[in-house]
Design a protein around this ligand. Structure first.
Ligand code: ADP
Ligand code: MG
Length: 469
C-alpha cells in the first residue's frame, strides 16, 4: 500500500502524462503544470498545491475540465481534485514530473515564486494572508483615467506612508482593488525590507479573530493587527454588522493611526454605505483619503490584454484584442478570464487561424454573461429601490404621496431611465404612470440630490449595486 502522499504523487504523475499527451500545449504545461504539487489524498479527492489564488484562477478556469477528465478511471477509480494555495514549488523537486515513460522533466520557471510578507505571530499565519500575489505589481497595473487617482494614491501610500491615512479605495468587483493592495505590499517590502507589512482580507481577520477566541490566543491576534508598520485590509465591507470585531478593529486602527502607521482599506462601498458599520468607524475610515476606482476604458482594457498575452508568450492580432476588450467592459477579472479561455482553446489547435468569428464562438458564453450582467431591468430597479427604502414594490406603484414613498418612487423612475434602454413611455407604463411623470422624476432627482447628501449617497449606492449585480 502507498501512503497518501505517495499515492497522491503517483496519481498526479498519471494525470500529468495524460494531460501532456494532447490536452495541454507545451508552453502552458511548462509554465504552469510542472509547478503544481500533489499534496495529499482526501478520500477520493486529490489535493493539488499551487502558489496562490492567481494560479488557481488561471489553471482551474482554463483546464479544470481537462484535469477532472484525466483523473477519471485511474486504476479503476474516479478521482476528483481541489486546489490549495500557499504551496510554493520546491526547487529541483521532482514531484510534479510525470512518470519516466511519459515525457522528459521540465525546469520550473524561476520567476513565478510568490514573495512572503513578514508574519511572525501564528494566528494570521495562513497561506492566503502570508503571501501576496507576485503578479500584482504597480508595473503591470495599466493606468487610465478611471483608475489613475486610486493608483496615484496607492503609490503615495508607499512613498509617504502615513500621509493619506487611511487610504480607502472602493469600487465594483473585478476592477483592480486587490491588485493595488498587493502592489503596495510588494513595493513597500522591496523598498523597506525591514518594515512589517500585514496584508489580510477582512474575512481572514474575522476567521482568525474567531479562532483566537476559541483557542484563547486573543493576545496574539491583537498584537498581529497592531505590531505592524503597515496594515492592508482587503474587502473591509465584511466588517459590517460584526460588532465584536468592529470593536477590535477600532482599537487597532486608533493605535496604528496614532503612530502614523499607514493603513489601506479596500471595499465595494463607501464607508457610510456599509450596512451595520458603527458611526465611529465610518468617521475613522473617512478621515483620510477615500477614492473610488472605476472599470477601465477601452484603451486600458486592450493594454491589459496585451500585457497578459506577453506573459503567456502568445500573440493575437490587435483586431482580436480590440474585439474582446470591446465586448467585455465591466470587469477586468472577466476580461482576463476570457483571454485565458481563448489561449487554452487556441493552444490546442495552433494551426487554425484565430479570426473574430472563431473568437466569438469560443467566448460566446463569456460575452453572454457580460451582456446579462449589464442588462438591468425596470423590475430589478423597483425591487432594489423598494428594498433599500424598506418599502414594497406596490408602494412604488401606488399613488401614495408621503415623502417617504414619493421620493423613493422618483429615485426608481430616475434609475430606470438612467440604467436601462427603456424609453420614458415604456418606463411610465412599468410604473402605471405617463411619460411626463417619468420626465419630471428624471429632472427632479439630480436637483434633490444636490440639496440632500443622504439621498445623493442612496442614489449613488443603488446605481453601483444595480450595475454590479
Ligand atoms: P477587485 O479586487 O477590484 O475585485 P482585482 O484586483 O482582483 O479586482 O482584479 C481582477 C483582475 O483584473 C486581477 O487579475 C487584476 O490583476 C486584473 N486587473 C484589474 N485592473 C487592472 C489594471 N488596471 N491593469 C492590469 N490588471 C488589472
Ligand atoms: Mg478584491
Amino acid at each position: 500500500m502507498f501512503n497518501d502522499g505517495k499515492l497522491a504523487t503517483e496519481l498526479w504523475n498519471v494525470a500529468l502524462s495524460r494531460l501532456r499527451n494532447g490536452k495541454v500545449h507545451e508552453n502552458i504545461y511548462e509554465q504552469w503544470f510542472v509547478n503544481i504539487v500533489p499534496v495529499r489524498l482526501d478520500g477520493a479527492c486529490l489535493v493539488l498545491g499551487v502558489a496562490d489564488e492567481f494560479v488557481i484562477e488561471w489553471v482551474d478556469g482554463a483546464y479544470g475540465v481537462d484535469i477532472a477528465e484525466v483523473l477519471c478511471n485511474i486504476a479503476g477509480h474516479d478521482y476528483t481534485y481541489k486546489f490549495e494555495a500557499g504551496h510554493a514549488p520546491e526547487e529541483n523537486s521532482g514531484a510534479a514530473v510525470p512518470a519516466a515513460d511519459a515525457v522528459p522533466a521540465v525546469e520550473p520557471l524561476p520567476d513565478r515564486k510568490v514573495s512572503r510578507l513578514q508574519v511572525e505571530a501564528p494566528v494570521l499565519e495562513r497561506p492566503r494572508s502570508t503571501y501576496v500575489n507576485s503578479t500584482y505589481t504597480f508595473d503591470n497595473f495599466v493606468v487610465g483615467e478611471e483608475n489613475r487617482y486610486a493608483y496615484t494614491a496607492a503609490r503615495r501610500a508607499v512613498e509617504c506612508p502615513g500621509l493619506f491615512n487611511p487610504l480607502y479605495i472602493y469600487g465594483n468587483t473585478g476592477i483592480g482593488k486587490t491588485h493595488l493592495l498587493h502592489a503596495i505590499a510588494h513595493e513597500t517590502q522591496k523598498n523597506n525590507p525591514d518594515m512589517v507589512v500585514r496584508y489580510a482580507t477582512c474575512e481572514e481577520i474575522l476567521n482568525c479573530f474567531v479562532e483566537s477566541l476559541k483557542s484563547h490566543q486573543y493576545g496574539s491576534f491583537r498584537s498581529q493587527l497592531r505590531d505592524v508598520d503597515m496594515l492592508l485590509v482587503d474587502d473591509i465591507h465584511v466588517l459590517g454588522s460584526k460588532g465584536q470585531l468592529q470593536e477590535q478593529f477600532f482599537n487597532a486602527f486608533n493605535a496604528l493611526y496614532a503612530e502614523n502607521k499607514q493603513i489601506v482599506l479596500t471595499s465595494d462601498k463607501r464607508p457610510s454605505e456599509i450596512a451595520g458599520l458603527e458611526a465611529r468607524l465610518i468617521s475613522r475610515f473617512e478621515q483620510g483619503v477615500t477614492t473610488e476606482i472605476y472599470a477601465p476604458g477601452l484603451e486600458v482594457r486592450i493594454a491589459i490584454l496585451r500585457g497578459m498575452q506577453q506573459d503567456f508568450m502568445m500573440r493575437f492580432d490587435d483586431e482580436i484584442l480590440e474585439f474582446i476588450a470591446s465586448r467585455i467592459s465591466s470587469n477586468v477579472r472577466r476580461l482576463r478570464g476570457a483571454l485565458m479561455q481563448l489561449l487554452a482553446r487556441v493552444s490546442l489547435y495552433p494551426d487554425t487561424p484565430v479570426t473574430v468569428e472563431r473568437v466569438e464562438s469560443i467566448l460566446h458564453s463569456v460575452f453572454e454573461e457580460e451582456f446579462s450582467s449589464q442588462q438591468i431591468t425596470v423590475d430589478e430597479i423597483q425591487k432594489k429601490v423598494a428594498e433599500y427604502f424598506n418599502l414594497h414594490v406596490s408602494d412604488l406603484l401606488s399613488n401614495k404621496r408621503p415623502k417617504s414613498i414619493a421620493e423613493p418612487r422618483m429615485v426608481a423612475m430616475y434609475l430606470a431611465r438612467k440604467l436601462t434602454t427603456s424609453s420614458f413611455p415604456q418606463i411610465g407604463s412599468a410604473f402605471g404612470r405617463n411619460h411626463a411623470t417619468i420626465m419630471n422624476a428624471w429632472n427632479k432627482v439630480p436637483e434633490l440630490c444636490s440639496q440632500d447628501e443622504e439621498l445623493r449617497r442612496a442614489v449613488s449606492l443603488l446605481e453601483r449595486q444595480l450595475k454590479s449585480q
